[in-house]
Ligand binder design. Structure first.
Ligand code: PAF
Length: 285
């Protein structure tokens, strides 16, 4: 596996990978890799001739009081994992390479980015949309792979790529890959490592209570009390607060007051021991 830290090396290496008409898959990450990321790499390997993974802890998607400094950085370990999975190229730019002095552009996606995590984390999705747009232009992949764990992020990226004509026929495809879970159901996340042993055990209440809520919703129970009970169960289990617990239209992410027949999603963000966990699951009408 080759590693590029500068755009110049990245472009030359990608040109070589593509010289014989080979296809390139991109797996964008912020590192601290786990099985969820490696699943994206495996999907990319199945679909494309070469896989490029990026590792960049993007400062513009962290708010002033968020965990940018604490976010785990382990490039050597991540690099070994990517190599073992058969990645062709690791793109690991520094902050100055990604945002040279004088950088003034911001991509802001309205609509899908506004509620849920967008409301709790102002500016977060501008940072995501801007850096992912740059990654798309830098790597020029045929297909890019993202985890459904960050369901709203995936919707924002799809909207950005569509509106900026990146996904017009026969250019870039964006594939969402189902969330990978621990044996007890907790969605894999680089932030799970912040949890103490006790909070890690308590955190299983998140997928469990979500599944119970989905069973009630699919059974026809009214949405508002089901969501209120879900919040109550999480607080009871040891979560300190619930940022949101919302039933939403799976495409627009607009909140739903009833299951209406179109695809729906239950999305939750809740805090435990200072760590903010998010999860989402499909709900059948
Ligand atoms: O999901 C992530 O790891 C990040 O938000 C992404 C898509 C790599 C952009 O920084």
């Amino acid at each position: 596996m080759q590693t590029a830290h500068t755009l110049d090396v990245l472009r030359k290496t990608i040109a070589k990978l593509r010289a014989d008409g080979s296809t390139v898959g991109l797996v964008p990450t912020m590192g601290a890799l786990h099985e969820g990321h490696l699943t994206l790499v495996r999907r990319a390997r199945e679909a494309c001739d070469h896989v490029v993974a990026s590792i960049f802890v993007n400062p513009t998607q962290f708010g002033p009081n968020e965990d940018l400094d604490a976010y785990p950085r382990q490039l050597a370990e991540d690099s070994a994992m990517l190599e073992a999975e058969g990645c062709a190229l690791l793109w690991a730019p520094g902050v100055e390479e990604m945002y040279p002095q004088g950088f003034v552009t911001n991509i802001s996606v309205s609509g899908v980015s506004e509620g849920l995590c967008g409301a709790a984390r102002p500016g977060h999705f501008d940072g995501v949309a801007t850096v992912v747009c740059k990654l798309f232009h830098q790597v020029l992949p045929d297909i890019a792979f993202f985890g459904e764990k960050d369901f709203q992020q995936l919707a924002v990226i799809r909207a950005m790529a569509r509106d900026l004509d990146l996904t017009r026929p026969h250019h870039l495809s964006i594939i969402g890959v189902p969330t990978v879970r621990e044996a007890d159901g907790l969605a894999m996340s680089s932030r799970n490592r912040y949890l103490s042993e006790a909070n890690r055990a308590a955190a299983t209440a998140l997928p469990q209570s979500m599944k119970a809520a989905i069973a009630r919703l699919e059974d026809g129970q009214p949405v508002a009390p089901v969501l209120a009970a879900l919040e109550g169960e999480l607080l009871q289990a040891g979560f300190s607060s619930v940022d949101y617990a919302v039933l939403a239209d799976a495409a627009s992410l607009a909140p739903l007051e009833h299951l209406s027949g179109s695809a729906a999603r239950l999305l939750v963000a809740a805090r435990i021991g200072g760590t903010r966990l998010i999860d989402n699951m499909a709900v059948s009408a």
